[in-house]
Design a protein around this ligand. Structure first.
Ligand code: NDP
Length: 290
C-alpha cells in the first residue's frame, strides 16, 4: 500500500512555523479577501482562509459583494485595497460572476499584494525564475513533495490539466533548474491523444482535471507518487450535506500500487491555504523593506 502524503499534517507544520515568524514581525500581516456572489464552495474556502489567518495572528478582512456587482465596482474596491497601506495581501476569490472579466480583475491587483500570483507580472516572473508570489496550489504541491522527501530532480513529472491557476504554473515550476524541480515535465489535456500511455510513464503524477476519479489505478505506474489536486462534489444522499468530496484520482485502486499518494480531502486543499498564509507573511515582510 502507498504511503499517505498527509497534506493536513504538513500544512499544520508550516502554519506552526509561520506563527512564530508572525509573532516576531513588526507589523500584523493583513489579508483582504474579496468574494463576489454566493458560490457555496467559495464561501467555504473563504471562511477556512479567515479561520487559518486568525489562528496565525494574521489579520483577515473579507469583503462580501453581491453577485450583481459590476466590473467597475469591483475595480474600485480593488483600487481602495491597493492604496490601503494597512492591507499587505489581496485575494480575489474565483470564480467571478459572468459579467466580470477575470483577467481584467486579476491584473488590477497590485503585483506587490498579489498573494495568489495571478497578475501577469508575477506569472512572467515565475516563468523566468525570478522571486515572486508563486500561485498557492502549485506551491502547495511542490512543498508537500519536498517535505515528504520525494526526489524531484531527474524524474518524469506528468501533469494532467493545463489551467492557468494549477497545471501551467506547476509545469513551469517543475521544469526549472532548481534543487526542488529540474524534472522532465509533460503536460496533458483534452487534446492528449493517449492519456494512459503518458500517465503510465509518470514517476510523479499530478492530477488537476476537475473530473471525479478520472485517473484510474490502471493508469498509474507501479511505485509512482500521485498528487491529487482535484476537489469534486459528488452526490451522497446518505451524508448530512448530501454530497461528498472526491479527488480526480481513484484513490483505493491507485493506492494499491503507487508508492505515495495524497488524499482528498486532507491533501492539496490544506496546503493551498498554508501557502496563501506564507505568501501573505511574505507580502507583509516585503512591505517593510520598501
Ligand atoms: P480547469 O477546469 O480550469 O482545468 C482542467 C484541466 O483539465 C484543463 O486543462 C482540461 O483540458 C483538463 N482536462 C479535463 N478533462 C480532461 C480529460 N478527460 N483528460 C485530460 N485532461 C482533461 O480546472 P482547475 O485547474 O481550476 O482545477 C482542477 C481541479 O483542481 C478541480 O477539481 C478544482 O476544484 C481543483 N482545485 C483544487 C484546489 C485546491 O486547493 N486543492 C485549487 C484549485 C483547483 P483542456 O485545457 O484541454 O480543457
Amino acid at each position: 500500500m502507498a504511503n499517505l502524503i498527509d497534506g493536513k499534517k504538513i500544512a499544520m507544520d508550516i502554519q506552526a512555523e509561520l506563527k512564530i515568524i508572525v509573532k516576531d514581525l513588526k507589523v500584523v500581516p493583513c489579508l483582504a479577501v474579496v468574494l463576489v456572489g454566493e458560490n457555496p464552495a467559495s464561501q467555504v474556502y473563504v471562511r477556512s482562509k479567515a479561520r487559518t489567518a486568525n489562528d496565525l495572528g494574521v489579520k483577515s478582512e473579507t469583503i462580501y459583494l453581491p453577485k450583481e456587482t459590476t466590473e467597475l465596482e469591483l475595480l474600485e474596491q480593488i483600487s481602495k485595497l491597493n492604496n490601503d497601506d494597512s492591507v499587505h495581501a489581496i485575494l480575489i476569490q474565483l470564480p467571478l460572476p459572468a459579467q466580470i472579466k477575470e483577467g481584467t480583475i486579476l491584473n488590477a491587483v497590485s503585483p506587490k499584494k498579489d498573494v495568489d500570483g495571478f497578475h501577469a507580472v508575477n506569472r512572467g516572473k515565475l516563468l523566468i525564475g525570478e522571486d515572486t508570489f508563486i500561485p498557492c496550489t502549485p506551491a502547495g504541491v511542490q512543498e508537500m513533495l519536498v517535505r515528504s522527501h520525494v526526489e524531484i530532480p531527474g524524474k518524469h513529472v506528468v501533469i494532467v490539466g493545463r489551467s492557468k491557476i494549477v497545471g501551467l504554473p506547476l509545469a513551469t515550476m517543475f521544469a526549472q533548474k532548481h534543487k526542488h524541480a529540474n524534472a522532465t515535465v509533460t503536460v496533458c489535456h483534452t487534446g492528449t491523444a493517449d492519456l494512459t500511455a503518458i500517465t503510465l510513464q509518470a514517476d510523479i503524477l499530478i492530477a488537476a482535471i476537475g473530473k471525479p476519479e478520472a485517473i484510474k489505478g490502471s493508469m498509474v505506474k507501479e511505485g509512482a507518487v500521485v498528487i491529487d489536486v482535484g476537489i469534486n462534489r459528488v452526490e451522497e444522499p446518505s451524508s448530512e450535506k448530501g454530497y461528498k468530496l472526491v479527488g480526480d484520482v481513484e484513490f483505493d485502486e491507485t493506492a494499491k500500487h503507487a508508492s505515495a499518494i495524497s488524499p482528498v480531502p486532507g491533501g492539496v486543499g490544506p496546503m493551498t491555504i498554508a501557502m496563501l498564509m506564507k505568501n501573505t507573511v511574505k507580502a507583509a515582510q516585503n512591505s517593510m523593506r520598501q
